[in-house]
Design a binder for this molecule. Sequence first.
Ligand code: C2O
Ligand code: CU
Length: 506
Amino acid sequence: MAETRVRWWHLPLRIVIVLAVVALCLTGWFSWSVQASRLPDRIPMTGNMMDNMTGDMTGHNMQHSQQNDVSVTSLVGPQSGEPNERFTLVAQEAQMRLSSGATVNAWTFNGQLPGPELRVHQGDLVEVKLINKLPKEGVTLHWHGLDVPNAEDGVAGVTQNAVQPGESFTYRFVVKNQPGTYWYHSHQASQEAVEKGLFGALIVLPRDDSFTGKDIPVLAHSWPTKEGSYQQAFDTFDTLKRLAVQPGTPVRLRLINTDSLPINFVLSGTSFKVIAIDGTDLHAPTELTRQRLLVAAGGRYDIQFTMPDTTVSLDWLQKSSKVGLLLSRDGTGNAPALADGPVFNPATYGSPQQTPFSLSSHFDKEFSLVLDDMYGFYDGKMASLWPINGKVFPNTPMLMVHEGDLVKVSFVNRSWMDHPMHLHGHHMLVLSYNGRPVTGSPWWVDTLNVAPGESYEVAFRADNPGIWMDHCHNLNHAAAGMILHLAYEGVSSPFEVGPGTVNQPE
Ligand code: C2O
Ligand code: CU
């Protein structure tokens, strides 16, 4: 029998061949993954109407609308009638300056940064005309936290097409019984649009407004400067802003987080009350001192105090820079010592009050959403992904409901970042936090910060038919697919999102 001679180069050759095959497979898998992760050109915004078991979640892009569906375009506010308030917002580019002198190549409404403050009263018929004078980008107006009819919600590709340069669009809605603090922003390419300035405060006053003190909206934002840095600021004040307030004056600060990360605010120099969260008053709020107020990205806290004889300051807690608001009799003086402390917990603040439903209610639908992180491919790029139940848009679940359903949603965050979950068109009552029932005031939210390791149960009544976004308001996460939709049975949308359309809502 002839002996097979093993030549010295046989082993290396085999290794090389094996490595080559492995490399080929990896490249193949990589380019397949890149391709497979590309978003379809056009994604219709209609849920699966057929398969609608209790609590069933069906994916996006499942099938087309049915003949007898109601179109979102018919779910409008009053088309006739003289509005109580009428505004025009013109989206336009402008070079703006922060108080430090830093420049922002901004996208503005009416050349203002932030956009004009819109003040309306509950029950008002409001008409807002949006005119787009940006050179290339589409724009919409979304009324963050206001529960308007679906067609007025301003989400590109869901409730309308993005308004193109040179075009305009008119929104009309009656402000519901929800006096409080809201904000508006573009919901087309919102990640970039909000960062560059297409937002403003939206304040709803009670019908019989009796507040005579100082009412101060504070829009906290990180501005991208021409110099390449991000400047944290209250409005456009990235340095200390001084205000003169007479001692004895009631002061209401409306803290609005327009950033993508939670903001820790600290109020020093006086005790205060948190009187409202996300536009809803809290019941029997008590005096606080030395608390850190963590406001979700997109969320709002209203705080109130009586101006003392000494100075009061509001700080944005952070490592560097000194952003703040300083109140004193004549606007001068030094800031009081920082009254930092434990993080304020709304779950145990104030006292309980009758709510339309509670933990012990019977729920028509129950959904469970697990927020996670993973590294993967999205729209042809390697990216950090923030999946919901293991999926990113358009494969995320669609929450299908019937009008009138009582819906419970639980959130669990298994990832390492905060996810401020924002539901359009509805307010969610927080039922439990980390497994413990809420014991304080009823706590209604439209934007709930779910921090790493936290879990929440919330509930809402499905009383506003349409197709609604439900997404993370860290707009970078949303742009990477951390969005889903709440869809009512029998409602469909003629709009589409995707690279082949004018609509990229995030
Ligand atoms: Cu502040 Cu989907 O919105
Ligand atoms: Cu997120």
